[in-house]
Design a protein. Structure first.
Length: 442
């Protein structure tokens, strides 16, 4: 079949690759000059299968209320006269229960495992290099209360077979000795050796190049005006050059909407109301002055809710979320504070290790759902498929989301328990408790 994929981020390009694997003819449309130049460009670089807890949990409403007036808070909610924001917020509150949390974790872990295996298969088949480090992810805590909460999260993950180990302070420093200067402030941590890190932009751009080599067409610097719905099917997608020019209509057998946060406003014109709202995330990428003293294991700093990943001779610090519409500016007072907080925190953890004088700041709109579970599958329109709403886990879930959707389009059944669009939620599997010691040596 002929398939048009709208969006050339990690989700869209992964979908294109797997559609080619299934033997389809693929065209990818994106408004940027190359793949992965928006949300996939400067993310936290983590493949975090084991650290995929939904934002919505029983303690989230109180935390969000405390953070409302702090410009540098991990999650910043700026109320707007926007019905889509309020719809998202109310739905988020509805997910802040223990039952919803466990239900959502179950699906996120299933998709994460499937996606990690998919990524490994693509890398093995293509040989793509992208600053990959298979050193796990270390989550460290600066207080007993935070460590206790982290231990509860680790126990929940172990119920799903995730090897997330509890570590004391000395064990944390054994996993990542570069934290020694900050060591007295560390109470403990959790560690998952199977997780990894790497540059999502580099991977996506190299995969897009391989797609082109296999015959896929990429229409860059091309904006999407809309989709034409005739008789319950999409008859074409209207596009135009970003630089200006006439509108033309592209025609295919199947269409995939994978435009991140912009998927929702595009599909509202068709009467499809996806509950996706942009969460503005930030990152700073710094050149290392003393690479030998920098961390190698990818880190999660619980206090600041940030990710730190090594990318060769650079370090990436990413995090925070700002629910304030589609603004991507970096020059507002709030943006400057949030960016500066990332660099300041890194220098607290690793004094003098990175060049903080010329930080490369970035911001992107993470397409977030109240559950953190993405829309993957067929929409109510027969030949329109969805692959959007991955939030902060686009890099983690990208390869598997692309493979699963390509299989669905091809009439196959993906090998994972997941609530694909238009299908009933899979029945939960019974928990099989695993008895483990409170701390595990690495």
């Amino acid at each position: 079949m002929k398939v048009i994929v709208l969006g050339a981020g990690i989700i869209g390009v992964s979908t294109a690759w797997h559609l080619l694997e299934e033997g389809h003819e693929v065209t990818v449309v994106d408004r940027q000059r190359d793949a992965a130049l928006e949300t996939s460009f400067g993310n936290g670089a983590q493949i975090s299968v084991s650290f995929c807890e939904p934002w919505a949990n029983a303690g989230a409403p109180l935390k969000v209320a405390k953070w409302l007036l702090k410009d540098d808070s991990p999650l910043l909610f700026r109320p707007r006269l926007d019905p889509h924001q309020w719809r998202w917020g109310l739905s988020f509150l509805g997910q802040c229960t223990d039952a919803a949390f466990e239900r959502n974790v179950r699906q996120l872990v299933a998709l994460g495992r499937y996606s990690h295996e998919s990524l490994k298969a693509v890398v093995a088949a293509t040989g793509i290099e992208y600053q990959r480090l298979e050193r796990g992810i270390l989550h460290f805590f600066s207080s007993a209360a935070d460590f206790e909460a982290g231990a509860a999260g680790a126990e929940l993950m172990r119920r799903y077979g995730v090897d997330r180990r509890l570590l004391g302070r000395d064990e944390v420093l054994k996993v990542e000795p570069a934290l020694a200067a900050f060591g007295p402030n560390i109470h403990g941590g959790t560690f998952t050796p199977s997780d990894e890190s790497g540059d999502a932009m580099v991977f996506t751009q190299k995969l897009a190049a391989l797609c082109r080599a296999r015959g896929a067409t990429f229409l860059h610097e091309t904006s999407v005006d809309g989709l034409d719905n005739v008789g319950g099917k999409i008859s074409g997608v209207r596009v135009r050059p970003v630089a200006g020019g006439p509108v033309r209509t592209l025609v295919a057998d199947q269409y995939v909407a994978a435009m991140g946060s912009y998927t929702a406003p595009l599909l509202r014109k068709l009467g499809l109301y996806l509950n996706i709202y942009p969460a503005k995330g930030y990152s700073a990428t710094l050149r290392l002055k003393r690479p030998q003293d920098a961390s190698v294991v990818s880190l999660l700093d619980d206090t600041r809710k940030i990710a730190i990943s090594r990318l060769g001779d650079r370090i990436r610090i990413a995090g925070t979320a700002e629910l304030a519409g589609f603004d991507t500016s970096l020059d507002t007072a709030t943006a400057k504070k949030r960016c500066a907080a990332l660099v300041r925190r890194y220098d607290e953890l690793f004094p003098g290790v990175a060049d903080t004088s010329e930080p490369n700041y970035w911001t992107g709109l993470r397409p977030s759902t109240p559950t953190n579970i993405p829309y993957i599958g067929r929409s109510r329109i027969a030949n329109l498929w969805l692959n959007a709403g991955h939030g902060t886990l686009g890099w983690t879930h990208g390869a598997g989301s692309g493979q699963a959707l390509a299989e669905l389009i091809s009439g196959k059944r993906p090998a994972l328990s997941f609530g694909f669009c238009g299908e009933p939620m899979p029945a939960p599997k019974p928990f099989v408790p695993v008895k483990r010691p409170s701390a595990a040596r690495t």
